[in-house]
Design a protein around this ligand. Structure first.
Ligand code: PHE
Ligand code: ZN
Length: 887
């Protein structure tokens, strides 16, 4: 248990290491409780450091067994050692070797940082600071070393031994039942990219030849018997490798590329050099167990980790404040890959939905921080939607501002100037500045300012002159007033289609808002236009513009930009829900039964009619897009839009009412649509985007049927559940049933739970589905499921599925007025903190928006958080989140 009081680390305090470590030779003898690590470090003074400084190595829960300098044992007064560090008081001021022997217990390691065992497989996780749990080291990303690793283990227990880089010598250790393998990684890397794996694993593999003609063996390792479920991931690796060559000119640089799936993993996956280690959720897939969303996520995460080989590994980060340098950039790269593999428009809408659902609330609450934070107490708490998703939006804005050619040239320059280095955000921006000749210093404010900027827009049309004037004003609450550089992709749309208007300040469809406010004028505008602003979501801002529903529905019909067509429908629905939710909240209860279509009013009717017309015209041409247009903003989106005095029950009722109205209005279309989208009998399953899109729309129709006509919906869902040939359709049917209380639901849930009793990843979907039922009985259901044999606090996926989904996806029950939902979360965080502080802290961030709630609910949340803060013995991870959440 960590007991240190949190210490704040600041960007402004950065200074280079006093020592460097050029080479690391590791000899790791794996054993369940008594693993021995012998590390030989080639150390030298750093010319950029302080001469004669002590050598201060990081450690965490280590037992020191031996220490030698240039082969000589050190006298006891020459060093100080504890589980948390090793200091040489007066190291030689010349190159020397230090040999350190440590002992660790991988079986006891439930934090899943450092070396641990997952389902009997030895594996490591070293980002951000896990390597110090293996051996004493300069565990900071600007110390780059060449690693040679000898791994030894029992032959039966761990027939497969994997390390970073390329394989070398391997063989038996005579007379012991043990064997070894040596791996050598020629590319200097920081310790956080170190990895090893030892265990009993199945392997699928394929050859790849790089654009430079290098032969590579690509392999994916999974739990025995699951080989066939790794084929999709293997194919995704090969496609990623080809794509990074074509899109960014980046070839692979070793003879092997290995991916290993493990079932206990704190995050999604990890980009260790040549040996990516994955949460098995992002590797394993077949039609019986994986949904279309799972396939898409696997493709994206495989690509993400692979792309890190350049954006993260060849060019790494100088310090953890620069985390977005690898993460924002790599998210941007994986988003581009997925857009090329799938439908760009559909993918973009998905990206923005995630950004708004996760990053916007973070940026609006107490955990808000700049994309490049300036201070942290626990770096593991900064792997956030802001660093990742907003970080990716910043890179995308650079491309929008510079255009694709200068952007690509800037990327090439960034890679070549920084190859083999630990770089900064400044290095990144200077590459683009050099290639484009532009000054990006004002743009750089995006990295420094927390909060989501608002842009308000107002237009006026002069029929006489045919001019349209558009005024834009930006604001960032809490900012210092210096404006951001905001690319606004835009166009004008008329009653019958897009307008050909001209404005000299718009280049390639983009106006750059650089001042606090600005006004631009379009000529040749014969009719009053509807402006289509932030096409493709060209900047991560909130747009405020007083458009009427009729104008928005014109955009839905006629805009050339698919993102803004979707956005138009969302905006209309948002206003309808907001109006109703706020009216309801003021009414003070008692209106339970009166939610019928008859109450809906002309605005909701016009919305439903527009969606009906849209479906008739386009549903079958682009089902994936149509499914998105039919979807309403989430309850969380509505809460964020309100910003204060949030009553989740009122939002839930208002949103349900609009869904019901939409379902009833479209009722006559739903069955024919489902029939038209059904696959031909006997057609084989394909996870491709077009097939997934047809399933998405058919299931959106089923969902509307379920709310419009629960009886017919139940029947249809039961029939689909019985006939489904894939997990997407089965889970969609089960989700519809889950929303309709009654015996059919309980029967279906029970049967599903039994059928997949031995499939933990499928049970996760089942846990999450039940945890998000918006009914009072859900708390009891969760209590029951916590005792399910498959549930375990030691497995992050299980905890996220059952408890995380509750906190994130069940606003009415999590934020119950009686505080019971908050209490459930808090109890879980406290219990989990003793097992896995990182996951406990992550779970605690579900309280991030507590101040937005109406006073009764927010004071419940505040009390529970304060009570937790008073408990002794909390981890640094949880202490840090608590302090910031309550600040
Ligand atoms: N670097 C990993 C990724 O984004 C995320 C990660 C961070 C994994 C810390 C484990 C621990 O690809
Ligand atoms: Zn990453």
């Amino acid at each position: 248990m960590r007991t240190e009081t949190p210490q704040t680390i600041r960007l402004e305090d950065y200074r280079p290491s006093d020592h460097l470590i050029d080479r690391v030779d590791l000899d790791i003898r794996l054993a369940p409780h008594d693993t021995r690590v012998s590390a030989t470090l080639a150390v030298r003074p750093n010319p950029a450091g302080v001469p004669g400084a002590p050598l201060v190595l990081d450690g965490d829960e280590l037992t020191l067994l031996g220490l030698a300098l240039d082969g000589q044992a050190l006298p006891a007064d020459a060093f100080a050692a504890s589980p948390g560090g090793l200091t040489l008081h007066a190291p030689p001021q010349r190159p020397f070797t230090l040999t350190v022997e440590t002992q660790i217990d991988p079986t006891a390691n439930t934090k899943l940082m450092g070396l641990y065992r997952s389902g009997g497989v030895y594996c490591t996780q070293c980002e951000a600071d896990g390597f110090r749990r293996i051996t004493y080291f300069l565990d900071r990303p600007d110390v780059l070393s060449v690693y040679t690793t000898r791994i030894e283990a029992d032959r039966e227990e761990a027939p497969v031994l994997l390390g970073n880089g390329d394989p070398g010598e391997a063989g038996a250790v005579p007379g012991t039942g043990r064997h070894f393998a040596v791996w050598h990684d020629p590319h200097p890397k920081p310790a956080y990219l170190f990895a090893l794996v030892g265990g009993r694993l199945d392997r699928v593999s394929a050859p790849f030849t790089t654009m430079e003609g290098r032969a590579v063996t690509v392999a994916v390792y999974v739990e025995p018997g699951k080989g066939p479920r790794a084929d999709y991931a293997l194919d995704a690796v090969l496609r990623s490798m080809r794509w990074d060559e074509a899109a960014f000119g980046r070839p692979y640089d070793l003879a092997v590329f290995n991916v290993v799936a493990v079932s206990d993993f704190n995050m999604g996956a990890m980009e260790n050099k040549g040996l990516n280690i994955f949460n098995d959720k992002y590797v394993l897939a077949d039609p019986e167990t994986a949904t279309d969303t799972d396939y898409a996520n696997i493709e994206a995460v495989i690509a993400h980790e692979y792309f890190h080989n350049w954006s993260g590994n060849r060019v790494t980060c100088r310090d953890w404040f620069q985390l977005c340098l690898k993460e924002g950039l790599t998210v941007f790269r994986d988003q581009e890959f997925s857009s090329d593999m799938r439908s760009r428009a559909v993918h973009r809408i998905g990206e923005v939905r995630t950004l708004r659902a996760r990053q916007f609330p973070e940026d609006a609450g107490p955990l808000a921080h700049p994309v490049r934070p300036r201070a942290y107490a626990e770096i593991n708490n900064f792997y956030t939607a802001t660093v990742y998703e907003k970080g990716a939006e910043i890179v995308r804005m650079i491309r929008t501002l510079l255009g694709p050619a200068a952007f690509r040239a800037g990327m090439d320059r960034y890679f070549s100037e920084n190859d083999g280095r630990a770089a900064t955000v400044e290095d990144f921006l200077s590459a683009f500045a050099a290639e484009s000749g532009r000054d990006l210093s004002a743009f750089a404010r995006w990295y420094e300012r927390p909060g989501t900027p608002r842009v308000s827009a107002a237009g006026s049309h002069d029929a006489q002159t045919g001019r349209y004037t558009l005024s834009l004003r930006q604001s960032l609450p809490g900012g210092d007033g210096a404006p951001l550089v905001i690319p606004v992709a835009l166009g004008l749309v008329g009653a019958a289609g897009p307008l050909e208007a001209t404005c000299e300040r718009v280049r390639d469809g983009v106006f750059v808002l650089e001042a606090a406010s600005d006004t631009i004028t379009f000529a040749g505008v014969a009719e009053p236009p509807v402006p289509s602003l932030f096409r493709g979501f060209s900047a991560p801002v909130r747009l405020e513009m007083d458009l009427g529903d009729a104008e928005r529905l014109t955009l839905l019909r006629h805009d050339t930009d698919p993102f803004n067509r979707w956005q138009a429908a969302q905006s209309v629905a948002m206003r309808l829900i907001l109006d109703r939710a706020t009216a309801r909240a003021q009414e003070a209860e008692g209106a339970e039964g009166a939610e019928g279509a008859e109450e809906a009013g002309p605005a909701a009717a016009a919305y439903a009619a527009a969606l009906g017309a849209f479906l008739d015209a386009e549903a079958l041409a682009d089902p994936a897009f149509a499914a998105l247009v039919l979807g309403l903003p989430g309850e969380g989106d509505v809460a964020n839009e309100m910003g204060r005095d949030v009553d989740p029950d009122a939002i839930h009722r208002a949103r349900q009412a609009l869904r019901r109205h939409l379902g009833r209005s479209l009722r006559g279309r739903l069955d024919p649509l489902r029939a038209a989208l059904a696959p031909a009998a006997g057609a084989p399953f394909s996870p491709d985007a077009a097939s997934a899109g047809r399933r998405a729309l058919a299931n959106a129709a089923l969902d509307l049927l379920g709310i419009a006509d629960p009886e017919a919906g139940t029947q249809a869902a039961e029939a689909q559940l019985a006939a489904a040939t894939n997990m997407t359709d089965r889970l969609a049917a089960l989700s519809v049933l889950a929303q309709i209380p009654g015996p059919a639901r309980e029967r279906a849930l029970e049967a599903f739970g039994e059928r997949y009793a031995d499939e933990p990843l499928v049970l996760d979907k089942w846990f999450a589905l039940q945890a998000t039922i918006p009914e009072a009985g859900t708390l009891e259901r969760i209590a029951r499921l916590r005792r399910h044999p498959a549930f375990a606090m030691t497995n992050p996926n299980r905890v996220r599925a059952l408890i995380g989904s509750f906190g994130l996806g069940n606003p009415t029950q999590f934020a119950r007025a009686d505080g019971a939902g908050f209490a459930l979360l808090a109890e879980t965080v406290e219990a989990l903190d003793r097992v896995n502080p990182q996951i406990a802290a992550k779970l605690l961030t579900t309280f991030g928006s507590w101040r937005m709630l109406e006073p009764a609910r927010s004071s419940r949340a505040g009390e529970i958080l304060s009570r937790m803060q008073a408990r002794p013995g909390l981890s640094r991870d949880v202490t840090d989140i608590l302090a910031r959440t309550l600040a």
